[in-house]
Design a protein. Structure first.
Length: 281
C-alpha cells in the first residue's frame, strides 16, 4: 500500500513537471501598448462666437480704402456723421454735398467688394440720414433709395427696424429752380402807343405736397424760392489804338528833289552855357 502511494506521488510530480515544461516552452506574448497621452482639449466654441467668426471673414478690414478719396469704412461713417451735424435741419451747401458724395462713392466701392459685410447696414443708415437733410432733388432721391435698400436687405437688423417708421409718410423736400423776376413796364410818353405785353415769368407757387403719391413712391414737396434780377452783361471796352512816336528825318527834300541836310542843332540839343556870377563890388 505504501509502494502504491509512492508511485502515485511520483506520477503526479512527473505530470506537474511536464505541464511546467510546456508552459516554459510556449512563446511569451507582448504586453499591451500604452495609449498615447492626449493633449488638452480645445475649448468649445459657442454658436454666437462661431457666428462672429463667420461675419469677420465677410467684413472689410480696417486698413482697406475705397473710392476716389481712399476712405476706410470708419472714414465713411465719420464723414456721414460730421456732415450731418454741419447740415443742421437741412442744407443746400455745395461743400457739404461734395463731401457726402465722395463718402458715398467710397461706400459703393466697399459694397461691391464686400457685399455681405454686416456693417453695411449702419453705413447705409448714416447715408440715408445725411441725404435726407440735403434738400435738392438728387439728395432726396438718394435718401429714398437708401431707405428701401435697408428695408429690403436688412429687415431684421436694428437699423431695418428704425427705417420702417420712416417708410410710412416719407416726403421728399427740395427747392424749385429760381426764376428771373418780371421786368417792370417802361414809362411811355403821352400819346405813345403801348406795345403788346410780353409774357413774364410767374412767381414761384406756394409749396403743395402731393396728396396721393403713386404706389411705392414718396410724397413730394417743392419749396418756392424768391426770383432774382438778371444782371445785364457789361460791354467789353473798345481798344484804343496807340500812336507811336514818329522818327525825325535827318534831311528835308529841296525844291529840286535833292535832300538838304538839317542843321545839327535840330538833331542834338546843345547845352546852354551856365550863367556866370558877377563879382561883388
Amino acid at each position: 500500500m505504501k509502494r502504491r502511494s509512492t508511485t502515485i506521488s511520483l506520477l503526479a510530480a512527473a505530470a506537474a513537471a511536464c505541464v511546467l515544461g510546456s508552459v516554459a516552452a510556449a512563446p511569451t506574448s507582448k504586453p499591451p501598448a500604452k495609449p498615447a497621452p492626449k493633449g488638452p482639449k480645445p475649448p468649445a466654441v459657442s454658436k454666437f462666437r462661431q457666428h462672429q467668426l463667420d461675419m469677420m471673414r465677410l467684413s472689410a478690414p480696417g486698413d482697406e480704402y475705397f473710392g476716389r478719396l481712399k476712405l476706410s469704412y470708419l472714414g465713411i461713417n465719420n464723414t456721414f456723421r460730421d456732415e450731418s451735424i454741419r447740415a443742421g435741419a437741412y442744407t443746400t451747401d455745395s461743400h457739404i454735398i461734395s463731401q457726402v458724395d465722395f463718402a458715398e462713392d467710397a461706400l459703393r466701392g466697399w459694397a461691391n467688394h464686400y457685399p455681405k459685410d454686416p456693417q453695411l447696414a449702419r453705413s447705409y443708415f448714416l447715408a440715408y440720414s445725411i441725404y435726407r437733410k440735403i434738400w435738392t432733388l438728387p439728395g432726396q432721391t438718394k435718401a429714398w433709395q437708401y431707405l428701401n435698400i435697408i428695408e429690403q436687405r436688412f429687415p431684421s437688423s436694428y437699423f431695418g427696424k428704425l427705417v420702417k417708421r420712416d417708410l410710412v409718410g416719407f416726403t421728399e423736400h427740395y427747392f424749385m429752380e429760381p426764376q428771373p423776376c418780371p421786368s417792370p413796364e417802361p414809362t411811355l410818353s403821352p400819346g405813345a402807343r403801348r406795345p403788346p405785353p410780353t409774357p413774364s415769368p410767374t412767381p414761384s407757387p406756394a409749396p403743395t405736397p402731393t396728396a396721393s403719391p403713386a404706389p411705392g413712391q414718396p410724397a413730394v414737396e417743392i419749396l418756392p424760392v424768391p426770383c432774382y434780377t438778371p444782371i445785364p452783361p457789361t460791354p467789353s471796352p473798345t481798344p484804343v489804338p496807340t500812336v507811336g512816336p514818329t522818327a525825325l528825318p535827318s534831311a528835308l527834300p529841296s525844291a529840286h528833289g535833292s535832300p538838304v541836310p538839317l542843321p545839327t542843332g535840330l538833331l542834338t540839343a546843345t547845352p546852354s552855357p551856365a550863367p556866370t556870377k558877377s563879382p561883388r563890388p
